[in-house]
Design a protein around this ligand. Structure first.
Ligand code: C2E
Ligand code: MG
Ligand code: MG
Ligand code: MG
Length: 285
C-alpha cells in the first residue's frame, strides 16, 4: 500500500485514478513509472517484415512497440496506447519510438543493409503537436538518414479530424522526403475521392478484409477494388494480417504489391529481424 501511495504522485491529473477500475489504476501507475522513472527501459521496438509478393524479398518493416512490464508481464499496444493517449504520455512515448527507429535505420544502413524502409505508427496527438515536423527533422539529421527510409503510418480518422491541417503537415513531410502510408485502410469513414488529393505513398489494407479473403465474396470484392484503386492512384499497396497460403494466393492473383503477416513472420526483436535479413529469408515465389 505504501508503494502504491508513493506511485500515485506520478499520476497527472491525480483525480483520474478515481474513475478507473483497479486493473486500469495499476496499468496507469505502471505506465507512468515505466516512462518517467525507468526511462523506457521496459520498452522495446519490434519489427515485422513487409514482403514484396513478386520478388519474395523483404522491402520494409513496420515498427511495433512492446512493453515488458515487471509487474504486469507483456502488455499489448492495444492496452497501453489508448492509456498513453488519454494521459498525454503518448508524446514522450512516440518521441522515444521515433528516436529508436531512426537510430536503428542508421545501424542497419551502416551494416550494409540498404533499401529497407521502416514504418512508424503515429498517434493523432503526436501528429498534431506543433513541433512534430521539427522532431522528425531532428532525428533524420541526428542519424544522417536518407528520409525516404522512414515511412509514417497515419489512419484515415487522424487525417479527417482536421483535413486541411493534416494535408499541410503531410505535404511538409513529403517535401522532406519522408513517406506516408495510410494504415488500417477501409475501416475509416474517409471518402475515396479524398484519397487522390492526399499526399500519400502507400495504402495498407486492414486485416479485417484480408482474413479469409479468398472465401468471402464481400471481402474479395472489396479487396480487389482497393488494390485496383491503389494501382490507379500509383500507390504502393500492402495487405496486413496475411496468415494463410490461400490469402496470399488471392493477393498474388490480384496483383497486390506486398504483404505483412504471421504467414511470413511475426513482429521480431531487432536482432532477430536482422538475422532474417542476413540469411536472405524470402517468401517463396
Ligand atoms: P497496426 O498499426 O495496424 O499494426 C499491425 C498489428 O497487427 C500489430 O499488432 C501486429 O502485431 C498485428 N499483426 C501482424 N500480422 C498479423 C497477422 O497475420 N494476424 C494478426 N491477427 N495480427 C497481425 P500490435 O503490435 O499488437 O499493435 C496493435 C496496434 O497498436 C497497431 O496496429 C498500432 O495501431 C498500435 N501501435 C503499435 N506500436 C505503436 C507505436 O509505436 N506507436 C503508436 N502510436 N501506435 C502503435
Ligand atoms: Mg500500423
Ligand atoms: Mg496503426
Ligand atoms: Mg494496421
Amino acid at each position: 500500500l505504501e508503494k502504491h501511495a508513493a506511485l500515485k504522485k506520478y499520476l497527472s491529473p491525480p483525480n483520474i485514478i478515481n474513475n478507473l477500475s483497479p486493473k486500469m489504476q495499476l496499468l496507469e501507475i505502471s505506465l507512468h513509472r515505466a516512462i518517467k522513472q525507468h526511462n523506457f527501459q521496459e520498452f522495446e521496438v519490434y519489427y515485422q517484415p513487409i514482403v514484396d509478393i513478386a520478388s519474395g524479398k523483404i522491402i520494409a518493416a513496420e515498427s511495433l512497440l512492446r512493453w515488458h512490464s515487471p509487474e504486469l508481464g507483456m502488455v499489448t499496444p492495444g492496452e497501453f496506447i489508448p492509456l498513453a493517449e488519454s494521459t498525454g504520455l503518448i508524446v514522450p512515448m512516440g518521441k522515444w519510438v521515433l528516436k529508436r527507429v531512426c537510430e536503428q535505420i542508421k545501424i542497419w544502413r551502416d551494416a550494409g543493409i540498404n533499401s529497407l524502409s521502416i514504418t512508424v505508427n503515429l498517434s493523432v496527438i503526436e501528429f498534431n503537436q506543433p513541433d512534430f515536423i521539427q522532431k522528425i527533422i531532428y532525428f533524420i539529421n541526428a542519424n544522417d538518414l536518407e528520409p525516404h527510409y522512414l515511412e509514417l503510418e497515419l489512419t484515415e480518422s487522424m487525417i479527417m479530424q482536421d483535413i486541411n491541417s493534416a494535408i499541410a503537415t503531410m505535404n511538409k513531410l513529403q517535401s522532406l522526403g519522408v513517406k506516408i502510408a495510410i494504415d488500417d485502410f477501409g475501416t475509416g469513414y474517409s471518402s475515396l475521392i479524398y484519397l487522390k488529393n492526399l499526399p500519400i505513398n502507400t495504402l495498407k489494407i486492414d486485416r479485417y478484409f484480408i482474413h479469409n479473403v479468398a472465401n468471402d465474396p464481400q471481402k474479395s470484392a472489396i479487396t480487389k477494388a482497393l488494390i485496383q484503386m491503389a494501382d490507379n492512384l500509383n500507390l504502393h499497396v500492402v495487405a496486413e494480417g496475411v496468415e494463410t497460403e490461400a490469402e496470399l494466393a488471392f493477393l498474388r492473383q490480384h496483383h497486390c504489391s506486398a504483404i505483412q503477416g504471421f504467414l511470413f513472420s511475426r513482429p521480431l526483436p531487432a536482432a532477430e529481424f536482422e538475422n532474417f535479413l542476413l540469411t536472405n529469408k524470402c517468401l517463396s515465389v
